[in-house]
Design a protein around this ligand. Structure first.
Ligand SMILES: *[C@@H]1O[C@H](CO)[C@@H](O)[C@H](O)[C@H]1NC(C)=O
Ligand SMILES: *[C@@H]1O[C@H](CO)[C@@H](O)[C@H](O)[C@H]1NC(C)=O
Ligand SMILES: *[C@@H]1O[C@H](CO)[C@@H](O)[C@H](O)[C@H]1NC(C)=O
Length: 434
């Protein structure tokens, strides 16, 4: 079913969340431990056990029944929830290497995008090093009073005792991906050479890396993968990258590089697809609780469902009205249409429909585009069948103070079917196509 290109390696999610469940240990059930990526770190467990749960969750900010709070260590956060008996419990969660918790965005973000006043490097001299909690190739180095993520070379690992990179003799660290998150990975066959701005290395098939010069007056620019002169450099437009990318390759996690937190409730990922049972399955993305007044939102969702059997109420595909609020973003379907809607600060809920087509088991792709004061939708299938529509939606996107939910929305039927891939942009990846 996975017919699309996947040139990324997905090992980075392995260090995504190291979950430390420390209270109500007896309540840990198989549901909580679903997924092979969940590791219990016993040492951290002991560290935090002394805190009473009530203290741990005090002051946490509630988002649809799950609350979040900063931790005293910048690269951790606290997530609190209620168990079936209504008792609150909390977890200390570890951000992946190179990221810090950001309370405004409710997710871990690259350290340069998070202001954490308790940075371990605050007041420390430049060059001081300390180990990374959850990456055997990674370490932190102080520069300007801030912790900067660094990586040992591929065949090396960070030795905590020596505080240095050493050869990874046992190959224990071999498959650990490590990259400092300042550099957004791009698909580029060239790489900058430190200290030689007028040159780059190019990977030539059969030859390996070859050093090449840029044209006179230009310097190599990694992000655009080109040699640019000063004028060109000043005009570099940041490429439109996904804010959230859920390919469901092996799990439900965000692989956009942002590694935004996605909370999974009963969604089962197998064969590169996510199955939603039409009852309790949904995904929740708290990062979208706080999107402020954007002018552009583009969502692409590839999915399969048997829309022909939907009776009465529509089923939710993506929405942000899972907490008894009015939606400001909605994608839903019934037997005759796909419905898309957006709420703007001009108080409109602009919506339109895309006539349904296709069979059970056939992948369809919906593009939802709110841009330039217009809401545009298009549904297409590999067969070439297509339907589209647009409606005026003046104003800026109105935030809903509710997480983005996949497969669930208040007053709609939960989604039953498969989602193959979901991508959310806060920019327009193809400005000319609509
Ligand atoms: C829906 O989920 C609830 C709670 O898990 C369960 O009790 C119920 O039987 C489920 N209904 C269906 C139709 O599967
Ligand atoms: C936005 O829409 C207006 C009116 O339809 C059009 O003139 C303008 O070119 C559009 N801008 C972009 C960036 O698409
Ligand atoms: C808001 O909507 C009204 C009526 O649809 C329109 O007259 C007005 O110009 C809109 N305002 C903005 C800021 O788009």
């Amino acid at each position: 079913m996975r017919h699309v290109h996947r040139h990324k390696s997905h090992s980075s999610s392995q260090d995504t969340f190291i979950v430390t469940r420390y209270v109500h240990r007896h309540k840990i059930d198989s549901k909580m431990l679903r997924g092979s990526l969940v590791l219990l770190i016993v040492s951290t467990l002991e560290l935090v056990l002394s805190q009473a749960p009530v203290d741990l969750c005090n002051g946490a900010i509630d988002v649809d029944g799950t609350s979040y709070k900063s931790h005293e260590e910048c690269d951790k956060f606290i997530e609190c929830s209620y168990d079936a008996t209504g008792k609150q419990y909390g977890w200390v969660r570890q951000c992946s290497f190179g990221t810090y918790w950001n309370m405004d965005l409710l997710t871990c973000v690259a350290v340069d995008k998070a202001a954490c006043t308790r940075d371990r490097c605050a007041g420390k001299p430049d060059g001081e090093i300390y180990p990374a909690a959850n990456n055997c190739r990674g370490f932190w180095q102080c520069a300007g009073g801030k912790s900067q993520p660094q990586c040992c070379a591929l065949d090396q690992m960070f030795d905590t005792a020596l505080s240095a990179c050493v050869a990874d003799k046992q190959k224990t660290c071999k498959s650990t991906s490590c990259f400092p998150r300042f550099v957004v990975p791009t698909i580029c066959d060239k790489e900058a050479i430190p200290g030689k701005p007028g040159f780059y290395n190019e990977v030539v098939s059969g030859w390996g890396k070859m050093e090449r010069p840029c044209a006179p007056g230009t310097g190599f620019h990694q992000e655009s993968c080109h040699c640019l002169n000063a004028v060109e450099l000043s005009k570099v437009v940041r490429p439109c990258k996904p804010e959230i990318y859920l390919p469901f390759t092996t799990n439900h996690m965000d692989e956009s590089g942002n590694e935004f937190h996605v909370k999974n409730t009963n969604v089962v990922v197998s064969n590169g697809m996510a199955y939603f049972d039409g009852n309790t399955s949904h995904l929740e993305i708290p990062r979208f609780t706080n999107i402020q007044h954007g002018t552009t939102i583009v969502i692409n969702v590839k999915y399969q469902s048997n829309h022909n059997v939907i009776q009465g109420m529509s089923q939710a595909i993506v929405g942000n009205n899972g907490c008894s609020n009015i939606p400001t973003l909605l994608i839903a379907e019934d037997s005759s249409n796909v419905y898309i809607g957006v709420g703007t600060d001009n108080k409109t809920f602009a919506y339109t429909d895309l006539p349904q087509f296709g069979q059970d088991g056939e992948t369809r792709e919906i593009m939802y585009k709110f841009a330039n004061g217009t809401l545009y939708g298009r549904m297409s299938a590999p067969t070439g069948q297509m339907s589209e529509n647009s409606v005026a939606a003046p104003g800026n996107f109105r935030q809903a103070r509710c997480a983005l939910q996949v497969g669930f929305a208040d007053d709609l039927v939960p989604f039953k079917g498969w989602i193959d891939e979901l991508t959310v942009y806060l920019c327009d990846p193809a400005p000319t196509s609509a």
